[in-house]
Design a protein around this ligand. Sequence first.
Ligand SMILES: [Zn+2]
Length: 342
Amino acid sequence: MKTSSVFLCAAIAAGIAGCNSEHGVEQQFWTPLASVTVDSGSGTTSAVAVPLDNLRRALKVSAQPQGCLRVSSAINIAGEQLIANLAVSDANIWRTAKLHQAGLLVLEGAAAELTHISFDAVACDASAGGTLPTGVMVESHLSAQPTHPGLKLRLVLSPAISAELDTELLAQLIGVELQLDIAITAVQATADSEVVMQHQADFSSLASILAVLPTKAQDTIDLVIGPCLLQQTPFGRQQLAGFTPRIPGGAGPADGVFVARTNCGFADAAPGTVNEIARLAAHEIGHYLGLAHPEEADGSEDDLASTNSHNLMHRIPLTATATGLTFEQRERMLAHPFVTEL
Ligand SMILES: [Zn+2]
């Protein structure tokens, strides 16, 4: 049963597989804001000052030399602690989210008034211990909200899918699901690989799929279609229909979205019809742009004001009624710095 049923999931946490920094490319998109050290006694950094403005701002946070981080304090212009204040829901996700090696913080909603932020060095895996980062680099990206919002996708296709996939139609269908203009900037090939994640935050094998590709533009999202995605669970290996390492995506290793083939037993199995691939891809891109499932299997809900569990972000997006996004979901998506004028 476990191998035939498919589950969609996305982890907030992400795995570590080294740091890729193509400085020539990154500096065009990300502007250094501050580098702070972790106090060896408290395990916390000093506060990084974030200038206020009326543009969209996102922060890219990188652990140095490597390890995991958590936001320990986020203060707004009124001096309020955003991550301790349950009424200020937009920043609540920062309280528990662990940034594995790197993470992207989109300053939208209540977080748009952020003026100071600091970080804790934390263990990536409670059982493994491991090294704690000694420093944190914070970079910033400012942009205007696009008039005609769009996304740049680089397709990474396995042989089984690349032969028959109509990429123009796929782009069109993803665009309809997300209500965004979609541009395919390049198509790359990847093997019919089998990816086994040892736990929900083990992304080393996902990272290795992307690590061999040419460097992508910073604001382009890699959409990988066709590998077999398996996750080790206490009950055995579970096959995933799709996976996105980080909510939101945009930093660190394994930075992309993954749509799996339907049957891991067959290397040449396709991930389904172009409509199904588009739905799954749009759902995973939704995660990448900052959206969680409106409702999880255990009944917990996302942090948005209005929630609709039967739209595109339904945890099983191929169910018949799973289309469309709420106004709040769209607003969150449009705040991501990779949503841009094409
Ligand atoms: Zn999902």
